[in-house]
Ligand binder design. Structure first.
Ligand SMILES: [Zn+2]
Length: 262
């Protein structure tokens, strides 16, 4: 599930929500790295639902699927972008990929300098996409705080976050090569000869075992001096299959044995 990402690679919020022309809305302005025109990336994979060229070239982008909000909400998301000088490359129904630089800062409409005005909303595009709020400004329907909608990551340079606490996407799994070393078994002791052994040797004689007798001597575990290491594959119970090469943490109880099977 996608995590909507802040749409500018440099965060410099020049006007927050409920301030000035953003009164009674959750709109913010981002002016990017400098006064030049920066590209605006799609926070999620979406569809253009509306373009309003009579004002500030407002564009509504609706997510194609439900997304994961930083506050834990799982729902569709719609975002209104404004002020691009040229939207001739866009049309209603156009699919936009996540991170695609589909929009730009600009000065179209009420704007004193190049920036992008955007407003996040929970759910799909509804009605005409916006409404006139109590202060007389046109605002997206079902608006929601940007920091409750958008994530950041290490690729986004933050010059001014306007004291909004955006949640960072942490790397999901530390990608490190798995060392090709044999597993060290628990210290061989008399415990392993006891009846409490998790791998009773009588299992090898079980008629239910589908494995031919000739394979019973194949060591399944990379142990070196454990007399009971000749466990047939069928005695290994699959606990977990790695979906990809990575480091994994598991919980083991005392005296439990762990076997790896390639
Ligand atoms: Zn604005």
């Amino acid at each position: 599930m996608e995590k909507p990402l802040y749409p500018s690679s440099v965060m410099r919020i020049t006007q927050g929500y409920n301030e000035g022309t953003h009164r009674d809305s959750f709109a913010i302005d981002d002016a990017g790295a400098d006064t030049s025109i920066s590209k605006i990336k799609a926070p999620f994979t979406g569809i253009i639902k509306k373009i309003y060229q009579q004002d500030a070239n407002e564009v509504w982008l609706e997510s194609t699927d439900k997304v994961l909000y930083p506050d834990g909400t799982i729902d569709y998301m719609t975002i209104l972008f404004a002020h691009a000088n040229d939207v001739s490359n866009l049309f209603v129904g156009k699919k936009i990929n996540k991170n695609e630089e589909f929009y730009s800062e600009g000065t179209k409409g009420l704007s004193s300098g190049n920036h992008c005005h955007f407003e996040c909303a929970q759910g799909k595009f509804t009605g005409s996409g916006w409404h006139q709020n109590a202060s007389g400004y046109w605002s997206i329907n079902n608006g929601k705080k940007p920091e409750d909608c958008l994530w950041i990551n290490d690729s986004i340079k933050i010059l001014d976050n306007h004291n909004y606490n955006f949640k960072k996407i942490e790397p999901e799994i530390l990608e490190e090569p798995v060392k090709d070393e044999p597993l060290q078994p628990p210290t061989p002791s008399t415990d392993e000869q006891s009846s409490s052994s998790p791998v009773p040797s009588t299992n090898e004689q079980s008629p239910a075992s589908p494995i031919p007798p000739t394979t019973e001597s194949t060591p399944a575990a990379p142990t070196q001096n454990n007399k009971q290491s000749s466990t047939p594959d069928t005695d290994l119970k699959l606990i977990f299959q790695c979906p990809k090469t990575a480091l994994y943490g598991i919980y083991l109880k005392a005296n439990e044995q762990l076997y790896l099977k390639k």
